[in-house]
Design a protein around this ligand. Structure first.
Ligand SMILES: [Zn+2]
Length: 280
């Protein structure tokens, strides 16, 4: 599921200065000159507050002129200062969606705070991260719930996602589990747990990844049967599978799956000793 990404190596505040300077003598010179100091301050505040929509305010005074900001993102000039930055952010080297863990190169750049509501962050590097199309469709322009609490994890700023934040529980019966449920790690602070729950719910992750876990479970039963047919000790192999999949990140679905298997003593006994049936 979630993946912590390093903050892009571009200064978000410096980019404001460069954009304002670039507009000198252009048709929007006065507009951006008047706003320059406050714009920079707001971008600095975004970084200081780690993009949190609970504390980063919108900017009603520029709402009527949001297109001037959004155009910087939608139509960067050939030699504009933001163009190489946007190109770098879109380089598509990542092989996993940092918000859901979907395999493959994330197709879009997501504005963590959406550009329609927060046009001042339309080209702010700290506000732009890769995301898959499905997550972007699910996320839409929502940032907070009815109680004003933020909905989504921020791949650049939520440092705790560098550790395992989710636990999978494999349901029963063991020959054909009826459920695969996701919960936040019980050791997380309560407010973080609640945020993780909102992220899972907002991106519909339990439903989206149910079939994936079911497939992995079918594969697990076959692996167990194959190992036992060769007189291998499947009980001893399981921690190695978990360890092996850690290289995709502690919150990668495959790692969460094997972590759930290893922690489930009844399931381990079943895989190692009981009569196994092919699951369909
Ligand atoms: Zn995704």
């Amino acid at each position: 599921m979630v993946l912590k990404l390093p903050l892009p190596p571009f200064c978000s505040a410096q980019l404001v200065d460069d954009l304002v300077l670039e507009r000198a003598n252009g048709q929007n010179e006065v507009f951006f000159n008047v706003l320059a100091a406050e714009w920079r301050q707001r971008v600095e505040f975004y970084v200081a507050e780690r993009g949190n929509p609970e504390s980063v305010p919108d900017w009603p005074q520029v709402a009527a002129h949001r297109k001037k900001f959004i155009n910087l993102y939608d139509h960067p000039g050939e030699n504009s200062v933001q163009r190489p930055i946007l190109e770098e952010l879109r380089k598509r080297t990542l092989q996993i969606c940092p918000s859901c863990g979907e395999d493959g190169t994330p197709n879009t750049l997501d504005h963590y705070l959406p550009k329609a509501e927060y046009p001042q962050f339309a080209v702010t590097p700290a506000n732009l991260s890769p995301m898959c199309d499905i997550c972007q469709g699910q996320k839409g322009s929502e940032t907070v719930d009815d109680e004003g609490r933020r909905l989504y994890l921020h791949p650049y700023f939520d440092d705790f996602i560098a550790e395992q934040v989710l636990r999978l529980t494999i349901g029963r019966p063991l020959n054909a589990p009826e459920s695969f449920s996701l919960d936040p790690d019980p050791d997380l602070p309560e407010d973080i747990k609640a945020l993780v729950v909102r992220h899972i719910g907002g991106l519909d992750l339990e439903k989206r990844y149910g079939p994936y876990f079911r497939d992995q479970y079918i594969r697990l039963l076959r692996l167990a049967q194959n190992a036992r047919d060769k007189d291998q000790d499947f009980r001893a192999l399981l921690p190695l599978f978990k360890e092996h999949h850690l290289d995709r990140g502690p919150n990668a679905w495959i790692h969460l799956f094997y972590a759930a298997v290893v922690d489930d003593a009844e399931l381990v006994d079943y895989l190692a000793d009981e009569e196994l049936e092919e699951m369909r």
